[in-house]
Design a protein around this ligand. Structure first.
Ligand code: ADP
Ligand code: ZN
Ligand code: ZN
Length: 752
C-alpha cells in the first residue's frame, strides 16, 4: 500500500539529497504511516521491520519501520528525527513486513493495529526482543569433586545426575528438591558451573527424529500425502476434505515430517487450543522436536518467549490459534490450518481479520504450500477448489470402522412443547438417561435472529418482493425483510391455516437449564457456552468432569460440537434447527449443516451407538432431506447454487460497516449522511460497488446502544477495496458524530 501511494504521489514528495526518512506504523487509530528523519549516525544501523522510538506530541511512542526512503510528503524541515532504534536486528523480517502491509491494505485498517497491536505486550512497550534465559548447570572442575564431603549425599547425587545428563536447568533442580544453598555451595567449590541459555527441550539443530512409528496409511491417505509432497516447495493451497475420523491428522503428521527433514518450520493453526488437547498430544508423541503452542491462555511472559522462539527459529513446529498466523518464522516451509471452516479463525473485534485468508496469502508470499483441512469446508474454500485455484484432496472413509449415525428429523408441528423441547424428545432423553448414558442438548444461538413460525403448519411469513422470510425484531415487535428493508406488522394468525399459534421459540440456555434440572432431577445438568467458560481453565475442567461421568445432561452451544468426543454420549438433540432455516444471516444454513455433520461425527466414535435428533417444523425442507439422504457434498452444491443465484459471497465480495450509538436518531442520521455523501461517489467512481440500504442489526440494541449495518457488495474485489479506503477517509473526517462508533468488517462472517 505504502509503496504504491509513494509512487503515485512521487511528484509531490520532497526529496533531499542526503536525508533518509523512516515511514513508521504507530499504535493510533489512523489509517496512515508517519514519517521521521533518520539521524545520520543511525542510518547504517536501521532496517525495515525494526522497532524505533519516535517523538509523539510531548511524549514518545514505539513504532515499527515499514519503509525507508529519501522522500517524504511533508516539508523536510517540519519532520522530527526519530529518537532511538530499539531493534538492531529487525523484529519483523521482510516477508512479515510485506504480509502485514497486505493485511493493513486488505482489511482497510490502521497500520498500527497490524504492526504494533498484534505484538506480544512486552514488545509493544519497547522491551528488548530476547526470550528469557534460564540458568543451566554443568559439571565443573573434577578436582573439586574430592572436596565434597562423603556424607553430603544430596550434593553427591547432584554430581551423579550431571554425569548422566550433561546439563540440568536450575528450575528443574529446584523441582527435584535441590536447595538453593546446596547449588550455591557446589558452585563455589567449582564442582558445577552455570551457563545462561534460552530454555529448549530439544536440540533444534539436530536432524528430526521420530518418537514413534507413523501409521501405515490407507489408499486415500497415500494419494493425499503424495500430492502434498509434490508441492513442497511451491505456493499451493490444498483443501484436504476428509470426513471426521478419516485420518487427516495422520496425513498432516506425515507431511510435516517431510518439511522438517528439509530443515524447515511448520505452522499449524487450530481453532481453539483448549478444545484440542488430544491433537497437541499427537504432535508431541510423534516428533522429537521443539514444539511451541501459542494461544490466548498464555500469560504475557509465556507469550513473549514463545513468539521470540518462533522468530529466532528455535522451534520447528508452532501450533497456535488465529493470531499465530502473523508470528514471524525465519524458515517456514508449510502452513496447516485444521477445521478451516471454523468461525474462530475470524477475529470478531478490533482488527477483524480472517486467519485462513491471511494464511493463504502468507503461503503465497513465501512460496510454500498451505493445507486447509476440514470435514465440512466453507463454501469459500469449496468454491476456490471448484475453480481450480486450490487443489482438492478427499478422504471419504473413516480410518476406523464405526459409521456416524444419520440424523433423524423430528416433526414438532402440533407437538406439546416444554421449554422448547417436544414431548417425544423428552421421552427419548429419559430413555437414554435411564440407560446410564449422557445426553447433549444443542442450542444454537449465535447470530440467529428468529423468524415467526406457525406451530400448527410450519408457515413462515415471506417478503413478496424478495422471496425472503421476514426477521422478527422483538424490540420493535415488527417483521423486517433483510434484503429490501420492508417492514410488516406481526401477524395475528397464520396465513395458511389460520392458527393463532405463531411462535419464535427463542429459548435461552438458562431457562432450558432450569427446566431440565426440574424435569430430570436425578441427572446432573451442566451448561457449556462462552459465558460459563470464560475463566482460564474452566472449559478443560468441565470437559474433564463430563468424561468422568459427573454430568449426564449437557446443554451446549457450538463450542461443544468441535473436536470433542465423549464416549458415553449417545443422544444429541438439536433444538432450534428452524432458526437457521429462516435466519437473517445467509451463512446460518451453511453453519447449521456443518454443525450437524460435526455433531453426528462426534456421536458415533465410542463403543456405543449414537442417535442424533433434529427438531423442526419443516421436515420436508429440501436441504434437510439432502443432508440426511446425500451428505455434505450435495449440501455444498445446493448452497453454492443458491448463493450464486442470490449474488451472495463467495460470488460477491462484501464489506460491512457497523454503526452504533446510544440514540437511535444519531445512528440513523449518521447512516443517512454517509449514504448521501458516499453513494454519489460510488456512482461516479466505482459503479461495480453497490450499497445496500442500512438495516438494523438482528440484535438491534446491545449494551444500551442501537446498532445498524450497512453492507457494500461488489463482484470486483479491487474496486470494493478502493471504495472502502475512500469510505474510511470520509468517515474519519465526518464531523459532528463523536458519539457514534463505527467499524468496518471486510468479508464479514456474521451479520450481527
Ligand atoms: P481426522 O483428523 O480426520 O478426524 P484422525 O487423524 O484423528 O482423523 O484419525 C481418526 C482415528 O483413526 C485416529 O484414532 C487415528 O489414530 C486413526 N487412524 C488414522 N489413520 C489411520 C491409519 N492409516 N491406520 C489406522 N488408524 C488410523
Ligand atoms: Zn399455519
Ligand atoms: Zn424483501
Amino acid at each position: 500500500m505504502v509503496k504504491a501511494d509513494n509512487d503515485k504521489l512521487a511528484h509531490h514528495f520532497f526529496s533531499c539529497a542526503h536525508m533518509l526518512f523512516a515511514h513508521v506504523a504507530v499504535a493510533v487509530p489512523l489509517r496512515r504511516l508517519f514519517d521521521y528523519k533518520i539521524p545520520e549516525a543511525l542510518e547504517s544501523s536501521l532496517s525495515i521491520g525494526s522497532r524505533v522510538e519516535v517523538p509523539w506530541g510531548r511524549q514518545k511512542q514505539i513504532a515499527v519501520v515499514v519503509n525507508i526512503s529519501d522522500k517524504t510528503e511533508f516539508s523536510a524541515d517540519k519532520i522530527k528525527p526519530l529518537s532511538r532504534i530499539i531493534d538492531h536486528i529487525p523484529l519483523l523480517d521482510p516477508a512479515m513486513v510485506a504480509l502485514k502491509n497486505w493485511v493493513a491494505q486488505y482489511y482497510v485498517c490502521p497500520p498500527g493495529e497490524v504492526f504494533i497491536n498484534l505484538l506480544p505486550k512486552k514488545l509493544k512497550t519497547g522491551e528488548i526482543a530476547k526470550p528469557e534465559m534460564e540458568t543451566y548447570w554443568q559439571l565443573g572442575d573434577e578436582s573439586a569433586f574430592s572436596q565434597i564431603s562423603k556424607r553430603a549425599k544430596k550434593q553427591l547425587s547432584l554430581i551423579e545426575e550431571l554425569k548422566q545428563t550433561a546439563e540440568i536447568a536450575d528450575s528443574r533442580l529446584k523441582q527435584q528438591g535441590y536447595a538453593q544453598a546446596l547449588i550455591k555451595k557446589l558452585s563455589e567449590l567449582g564442582a558445577i558451573t552455570a551457563t545462561e541459555k534460552i530454555p529448549l527441550e530439544h536440540d533444534v539443530k539436530a536432524p528430526v527424529s521420530l518418537a514413534e512409528t507413523p501409521l501405515t496409511l490407507n489408499d486415500e491417505q497415500v494419494i493425499a500425502l503424495e500430492q502434498i509432497n509434490q508441492h513442497l516447495s511451491t505456493f499451493k493451497p490444498i483443501l484436504l476434505e476428509g470426513v471426521t475420523g478419516s485420518g487427516k491428522t495422520e496425513v498432516y503428521l506425515q507431511a510435516i515430517e517431510q518439511v522438517l527433514k528439509q530443515g524447515k518450520q511448520v505452522l499449524v493453526l487450530v481453532p481453539e487450543i483448549g478444545l484440542t488437547p488430544q491433537t497437541l498430544g499427537r504432535f508431541r508423541n510423534r516428533f522429537n522436536t521443539e514444539i511451541l503452542t501459542l494461544h490466548s491462555e498464555l500469560n504475557d511472559t509465556e507469550r513473549h518467549n514463545a513468539w521470540l522462539k518462533a522468530k529466532l527459529g528455535l522451534a520447528q513446529i508452532i501450533i497456535g490459534t488465529r493470531s499465530s498466523v502473523l508470528v514471524p518464522m525465519p524458515s517456514l516451509g508449510m502452513i496447516i490450518l485444521d477445521e478451516e471452516h471454523d468461525i474462530s479463525y475470524k477475529q470478531q473485534d478490533g482488527l477483524r481479520y480472517n486467519a485462513r485468508d491471511i494464511a493463504v496469502k502468507r503461503a503465497h508470499l513465501q512460496s510454500i504450500p498451505v493445507i486447509l483441512g476440514s470435514a465440512t469446508p466453507s463454501l469459500e474454500t469449496v468454491n476456490n477448489a471448484n475453480q481450480n485455484r486450490y487443489l482438492k484432496l478427499k478422504l471419504t472413509k473413516r480410518a476406523q470402522k464405526t459409521a456416524p449415525p444419520v440424523p433423524e428429523l423430528l416433526d414438532i408441528k402440533h407437538q406439546p412443547m416444554q421449554a422448547g423441547l417436544a414431548y417425544g424428545v423428552l421421552q427419548c432423553i429419559e430413555q437414554h438417561l435411564n440407560a446410564g448414558n449422557q445426553v447433549l442438548i444443542f442450542l444454537n444461538r449465535r447470530g440467529f435472529s428468529p423468524a415467526l413460525i406457525c406451530h400448527e403448519c410450519g408457515w413462515v411469513s415471506e417478503c413478496q418482493r424478495c422471496d425472503n422470510h421476514y426477521t422478527y425484531h422483538k424490540s420493535i415487535n415488527q417483521l423486517q425483510c433483510h434484503h429490501c428493508g420492508d417492514i410488516q406488522a406481526v401477524p395475528m394468525q397464520c396465513h395458511d391455516c389460520g392458527s393463532t399459534q405463531i411462535v419464535d421459540w427463542g429459548v435461552g440456555t438458562e431457562q432450558l437449564e432450569s427446566f431440565l434440572s426440574e424435569r430430570f432431577p436425578e441427572a446432573n445438568t451442566l451448561r457449556i457456552d462462552r459465558d460459563s467458560t470464560r475463566r482460564k481453565g474452566e472449559l478443560e475442567r468441565k470437559l474433564e468432569a463430563i468424561n468422568k461421568g459427573e454430568h449426564q445432561l449437557l446443554i451446549g452451544t457450538q463450542m461443544l460440537a468441535k473436536g470433542h468426543h465423549f464416549p458415553n454420549l449417545t443422544l444429541t438433540v438439536v433444538m432450534n434447527l428452524d432458526h437457521a432455516l429462516y435466519s437473517a444471516d445467509f451463512r446460518a444454513l451453511e453453519r447449521m449443516m456443518q454443525l450437524l455433520v460435526q455433531v453426528s461425527g462426534r456421536a458415533g466414535r465410542g463403543e456405543k451407538k449414537g442417535q442424533v435428533l433434529l427438531q423442526t417444523h419443516n421436515p420436508e425442507h429440501e436441504l434437510l432431506q439432502t443432508i440426511i439422504k446425500k451428505g455434505y457434498a450435495d449440501v455444498q452444491n445446493y448452497l453454492l447454487d443458491e448463493r450464486n443465484a442470490m449474488k451472495l459471497p463467495p460470488f460477491q465480495s462484501w464489506a460491512l460497516l457497523r454503526v452504533e450509538a446510544l440514540q437511535l436518531e444519531t445512528v440513523l442520521a449518521f447512516c443517512q449522511q454517509t449514504s448521501n455523501t458516499f453513494n454519489p461517489y460510488l456512482q461516479s467512481h466505482y459503479q461495480k460497488v453497490v450499497a445496500i440500504p442500512a438495516m438494523p442489526a438482528p440484535q438491534e440494541k446491545r449494551a444500551g446502544r442501537y446498532r445498524y449495518l450497512m453492507v457494500f457488495e461488489s463482484n470486483h474485489r479491487g474496486h470494493l477495496n478502493a471504495a472502502m479506503q475512500h469510505l474510511t477517509q470520509l468517515l474519519e473526517a465526518q464531523k459532528g458524530y463523536s458519539t457514534v462508533r463505527w467499524t468496518l468488517d471486510i468479508d464479514p462472517q456474521e451479520l450481527n
